[in-house]
Write a protein that binds this ligand. Structure first.
Ligand SMILES: Nc1ncnc2c1ncn2[C@@H]1O[C@H](COP(=O)(O)OP(=O)(O)OP(=O)(O)O)[C@@H](O)[C@H]1O
Ligand SMILES: [Mg+2]
Length: 383
């Protein structure tokens, strides 16, 4: 069983690369589900087929579904939703506003996670590929299993407080079933899924990016937080690379710029493998075009392969009251090392390669004190 999640900034090619991977996996004979959890779906466009939230077989072994998060919340989470929207309506919000507000933060992420969990539990698939929403939202999704207990207890205590001063009202509004009974059950599912997502033999996270500055920055942030949450980044995929042999001066300038960023991506993600895909002349639509793109990205390999599973590439620890960031940089002979913090970025120059790292919030604003390289890891100490 494999779960592969593609992350990346808006428009970089997440849907395209995930569906390409799914088509290739299915054509290798693996029962494959591609699941879009993005509210703005485009999986149907990429596959050239209409999709619903029930998986349909697009071609042999390839199943696809677009989860309609909002409809799902209305249907399956009606109890939560009714309860909170009636509370909010009592507070003076119009019914429509209350309806919107009652979709609490975390609710969408919870529904997405539940779908991954259900698909995994169904035992119907060898591979589940998730076409996720752009990075920010997906990071919230991935932080959720960890924060769920906190979240659940907040809701429960809010519920208790509300009950104590408005008991009669609540009695009238309270849905038939006790929604809070569901919380521990969901909690158990979350914990189970969390374990699965943290198991590198089962789950791979891959970042899709383009050779552009803003895109790289967001990808680096995703790398930092994946590491922090204990998820394994298995590969980065540079998509939309322009061909180098163009005679068009405008394109040549872009190519030169892309080249610089491509090199940066390789050193910033080292030792995580970096795969590449050229910018095609036309949009990549339909199973055959997708299979062709997958061939370019994965060469002779299967997209379901675990591309990297050595260890976390970054770790933040606290030692004797000091924070340190440990960076896994195997096989590097360090002759020259320079470190610099700029805003929320740590710039490291080791010999002649530069590595940019987006710092987690806990380290932003701190100064670097010293660093040491031991057993393939560079530890950077912060004051
Ligand atoms: N290698 C490529 N060559 C040419 N066009 C591409 C390539 N990769 C993706 N595209 C096109 O770029 C557009 C955006 O791609 P895609 O929808 O996969 O990005 P996304 O990251 O999923 O976007 P969103 O964040 O909006 O979901 C699509 O029209 C797609 O066909
Ligand atoms: Mg998309």
């Amino acid at each position: 069983m494999r779960i592969i999640l593609y992350l990346g900034k808006g428009g970089v090619g997440k849907t395209t690369i995930s569906s390409a991977s799914a088509v290739k996996a299915a054509r290798e004979g693996k029962r494959t589900l591609i699941l879009s959890t993005d509210i703005a779906h485009s999986l149907a466009d990429a596959l050239g087929r209409d999709l619903t939230d029930t998986p349909i077989e697009v071609e042999k072994n390839l199943f696809a579904a677009e989860v309609n998060i909002l409809a799902e919340i209305r249907k399956n989470w009606a109890e939560f939703h009714d309860y909170f929207s009636s509370l909010l309506a009592q507070e003076g919000a119009s019914e429509i506003v209350a309806d919107e507000l009652a979709i609490m933060p975390g609710m969408e992420e919870m529904v997405s996670l539940r779908h991954i969990w259900l698909a995994e539990k169904s035992g119907k698939y060898d591979v589940i590929i998730v076409d996720a929403a752009p990075t920010g939202e997906t990071m919230r999704l991935l932080a959720l299993p960890e924060s769920y207990q906190w979240y659940a207890s907040k809701i429960a205590s809010w519920h208790l407080k509300t009950i104590s001063f408005a008991y009669p009202l609540i009695q009238r509004l309270m849905p038939k079933k006790n929604i809070f009974r569901l919380m521990p059950e969901i909690g158990a599912h979350m914990r189970e899924l969390h374990k699965t997502l943290q198991d590198p033999a089962i789950t791979s996270f891959r970042i899709v990016l383009n050779p552009e500055q803003m895109v790289i920055k967001e990808a680096l942030r995703a790398q930092t937080y994946l590491n922090l949450f204990g998820y394994t980044l298995d590969a980065a995929i540079i998509n939309k690379i322009f061909p180098e042999n163009s005679s068009d001066p405008y394109l040549q300038a872009l190519v030169a710029q892309q080249k610089k960023y491509r090199e940066m991506i390789f050193s910033c993600f080292y030792p995580t493998p970096v795969l590449t895909a050229m910018h095609r002349e036309a949009e990549v639509i339909g199973a055959d075009a997708l299979a062709d793109l997958a061939e370019e990205v994965f060469k002779g390999e299967s997209p379901t392969k675990v591309f990297y599973h050595a260890q976390r590439t970054q770790e933040v620890q606290k030692e004797n009251g000091k924070y340190l960031m440990k960076l896994y940089l195997p096989n590097v002979e360090i002759d020259r090392l320079q470190m610099n913090v700029k805003g929320d970025e740590l710039l490291i120059e080791v010999n002649n390669f530069r590595k940019n790292i987006v710092l987690p919030s806990v380290l932003v604003g701190r100064k670097t004190e010293y660093a040491k390289y031991e057993n393939g890891s560079l530890s950077v100490f912060f004051s």
